[in-house]
Each structure stands twice: as C-alpha cells, then as structure tokens.
Ligand binder design. Structure first.
Ligand code: F6P
Length: 472
C-alpha cells in the first residue's frame, strides 16, 4: 500500500516570531486535527506553507529538520511571493469570486503567474517524495492547478481534491479570465469533492459549459481519465469539543464567567474577520433587537469574538474599521455603568475560553453571507453538554443543509435576523432540547473522521472503476 500525502496551503502548525526566529507548534484546528489523529496510524507526509516568510537558508534548513519528525514538509515563499500568491491571487481574486463578492475581484495577470509558479513549486516538492500508488489529498482553492500538474507528471498517483469554500454559479465563475485553466487543473484529480450538493452542481455546470466535458451521475469523462465529483460535508471533532466542555478548565471558566455576568443571557458570535461572514449585519440585527426590546437592556448582551485574518488585504482592513465603529456606536448608545451590550474581542481566544463561551451562551448567531460549510455552528452544538441552546443559522452556510433544526435566516434580512434572535431567546426549553438533540445526533455521526473516511473510500472506488474501464 502506498503512503498518504496531504497538501494544503498552510501546514497544521502555528508559526510565531520569537526574536529573529520562527517557532513552530502543531495546531489542532479545523480538519487538521481529525486528519492528523487518523494519519498517525499510517505512513504520511503533509506539504504546506509554514505561514511566515522564512528568508534565511539556515533557518529554512532548521525548520525542515524540525518538521520532518512530524511528517511535514514546508513549502517556502519569500515575502513578495506570499503577498502575490496568498494575499493576492488566493484572497483578492479567488476568495471574492467564490464568495460572490465580484466588486472586490483583482484581475491581474502578474498575480496569476505567481499562482502558477507556487502551484508548480508544490508539485516539484511532492514529486521528489512521491511514488506510484501513493494517495495525494489536496485541499482548497490555493492549489487548484496542482491536481493536473501532478497527474501529468505521475499518472499512477491517486489524487483527491477537496474544496472547502463554495463553488460559485457559472455566471459568477465565468468572469475569471483563467477559468479554463482552473477547471482543467481541478479535473486532473480522480475525485473532486465539495461541501454541498449545490457546490458540486455549480462545478459540473461550469465544466460542461467551459470545457465542454460531459458528465453523468457524478462522473466526468475528460479526454484523459474518469473524474468522480461528489459532496462530502465537513464535520468537526465532536468528542474533542464534548470532552473539553466537561473538562475542569472549562468548568472553572464557566463558573467565573457566570459569576461576572450574573443572570444576563448571551448571544454568541464567533468568526474570522472576513467580509463573507456578514459581521456588520449581525451587529445591526442585535442593535435592532435592543432598540425594539428595551426590556433586554442590562439583561441580554452579545459576545462577539472576531479572529484577526488576512490583515494586510485592504478589504479586511476596511472591514475592521467598520466593525470597530459600529460596535462603538452601539455600545455608546446603550451602555450603563455596569453593563455593555457588546463584549467585543478582536483576538484569538484559547480553545478552553472558546468552549466556555459555547457553553454559557443561550444563542449562537452564525450568519455568514456565504460560507462553504462553517464549523463554528457544529462546534457550538458539540459543546452543549446540557442539551439546550438555540442556533440561528444563515441559509448561505453549507451547514444549513444538514442543520435544519436551527432557526434558518437570510443574513441580508436584518429584520428577519432580529426576529430570529428574539424567537431564540424566548424558545421553550423542551423545544430547545428537542432540536439540539437532533442536531447533536447529526454532528456526532458525521464528524471529521467520517468525512475523511468516506472521501478516501470514494477515491479508492473511482480508481478501481478507472482500472476496470482500462482493462475492457
Ligand atoms: O475556510 C477556508 C479557509 O481557507 C481554510 O482552508 C482556512 O483554514 C481558513 O479559511 C482560514 O484562512 P487562512 O488560512 O487564510 O487564514
């Protein structure tokens, strides 16, 4: 059996500058922790960017050695490349296109050239370590050209590609001058996976209309090979959140927060700072709630956790200003000496602090304008050890397809969101428990392990199908 090769833009580590050196630490976030636990049982390699520009050859060499024992291979970029690849083509071209923010798209051939160059850098690094029969699982929009690059040079690799963000409708996708190359790049994989059926449908429609390839029952017949396309909704590490929610550390924090907040009810919102997350709309809905229901003054507050992200991209800097201003305006309008309507944290909280907030909040407001999946809502559900709590969820998040027992809202409709928060705060306990139990069942069953297992078994299946077709 061949080895497993995981490829993602970032390695699952956090790199921090200490003095003039970068110090790396394993990060247990998102899908990475699930994959790492699973991979521990077999031989694996993980290729990715360490998240910081490491310029010195000596420092690069040290990092290669320290990551080697963890099965990780760093792909380096200098400062300029990171700006043009990560900030540039990935987050100023692809990200806004795929999230339907066409007004933000940068159309720049220089950025495209760097995107190709970095995808090729990944390809060359992988080819040095890969053998025929190995499985390569590529993640996300940073590496859309890599499947084809690898397939052309080593056709015997089993290649899976999973896109974590949405795939837009053809009418949006077609605006990209490089649309053909991007689709050809993705079609180099044997299996292409998305979070939802709708993303998969949009992709197939673009493949048909732009590349002219036919598809039938989720299989694309390219001139080179058979490609399977399917949806695999990403899950969370349910048990990790469950255990943390019951841990001594979190129980102590819960006790402390409750003591500080008294009988106040909390509406929680936690996300990266990103225009796709609809953070201003969440604030406006909460403002309207307090305005319409003065009885909530000093009784209900919002905990707003905003994680810094892509801080050098202009649209993100601009949004930060707008959030700061709006939070300030709302707080100055309603605050009293011993109460503020919005507790605003612009930083990453520790894992235990986050889980403590999941536990003590009555309502989670998860209302992105567009989101591939959104794992915050699943983490909230997993952490509700008491079996109560209400989720207000955007219909634009991939998770809404699975979590139908949430109160589903259109995040552009501020009035609807305000009414949903009101309904959530007043939901009878039996109703909360009934809905929460059902959502917990879903989130527990379809966790991150289930996701990786079904993705990898589908990859095996399509490769077997290709072999059967060849032997006919
Ligand atoms: O959800 C999409 C995604 O790109 C993830 O792959 C990533 O972990 C997350 O957003 C954060 O993005 P970044 O790596 O740009 O901080």
């Amino acid at each position: 059996m061949g080895k497993m090769i995981i490829v993602s833009n970032r390695l699952p580590i956090s790199s921090t500058e200490r003095g003039d050196k970068s110090v790396v630490q394993i990060l247990a976030g998102e899908y990475a922790s699930g994959l790492l636990n699973q991979l521990d049982k077999e031989e694996y390699l993980w290729f990715g960017w360490p998240g910081v520009a490491v310029a010195e050859a000596e420092e690069r060499a040290e990092m290669i050695v320290s990551l080697k024992e963890k099965g990780m291979v760093p792909i380096f970029m200098d400062q300029k490349e990171a700006e043009q690849f990560y900030d540039g083509f990935c987050n100023e071209t692809l990200w806004p296109t795929y999230h339907y923010f066409t007004q933000y798209i940068a159309f720049d051939d220089d950025l495209w050239e760097v995107y190709k160059k970095i995808n090729d850098r990944y390809c060359q690094a992988i080819l040095k370590k890969a053998k025929a029969g190995d499985t390569v699982w590529i993640h996300d929009y940073h590496l859309l050209l890599l499947p084809q690059m690898l397939k052309e040079q080593m056709p015997e690799l089993k290649i899976g590609f999973f896109q974590h963000i949405p795939f837009p409708s053809y009418e949006i996708f077609r605006v990209l001058p490089w649309r053909k190359e991007i689709l050809e790049g993705m079609c180099g994989a044997d299996l292409v996976g998305f979070n939802t059926y709708d993303d998969m449908r949009h992709f197939l429609s673009s493949v048909g209309r732009i590349l002219g390839y036919n598809h039938e029952a989720g299989y694309i017949h390219t001139p080179h090979h058979l490609v399977n396309v399917d949806s695999f909704p990403l899950g969370v590490n349910y048990n990790k959140f469950r255990e943390a929610a019951e841990s001594k550390e979190v129980c102590e924090l819960v006790h402390q927060y409750k003591h500080e907040l008294g009988s106040q009810k909390l509406v929680l919102t936690s996300d990266r700072l990103d225009y796709s997350k609809g953070l201003l709309q969440r604030l406006r809905a909460f403002d309207l709630l307090i305005d319409n229901h003065p009885e909530y003054l000093e009784k209900v507050s919002m905990v707003m956790i905003v994680m810094p992200s892509r801080t050098t991209v202009p649209e993100y800097m601009d949004l930060k200003e707008k959030i700061d201003t709006l939070v300030g305006r709302i707080n100055s309008k309603y605050s009293t000496l011993d109460w503020v309507p919005i507790h605003y944290f612009y930083r990453r909280l520790s894992f235990h602090e986050l889980v403590a907030y999941y536990r003590i909040s009555s309502v989670a407001l998860v209302t992105p304008l567009r989101d591939g999946m959104n794992l915050v809502c699943k983490e909230f559900i997993a952490s509700r050890t008491n079996g109560d709590g209400v989720l207000v969820l955007s219909e634009m998040a991939g998770a809404s397809k699975e979590l139908q027992e949430a109160i589903i809202v259109n995040p552009n409709n501020i009035k609807m969101m305000e009414q949903a928060i009101y309904a959530a705060l007043n939901s009878p306990i039996e109703e909360q428990q009934k809905r929460m139990e059902s959502m917990q069942k879903t989130v527990r069953k379809y966790d991150v392990y289930h996701w990786s297992k079904i993705f990898l078994s589908s990859l095996d299946r399509v490769v077997q199908k290709q072999q059967k077709l060849k032997s006919r």
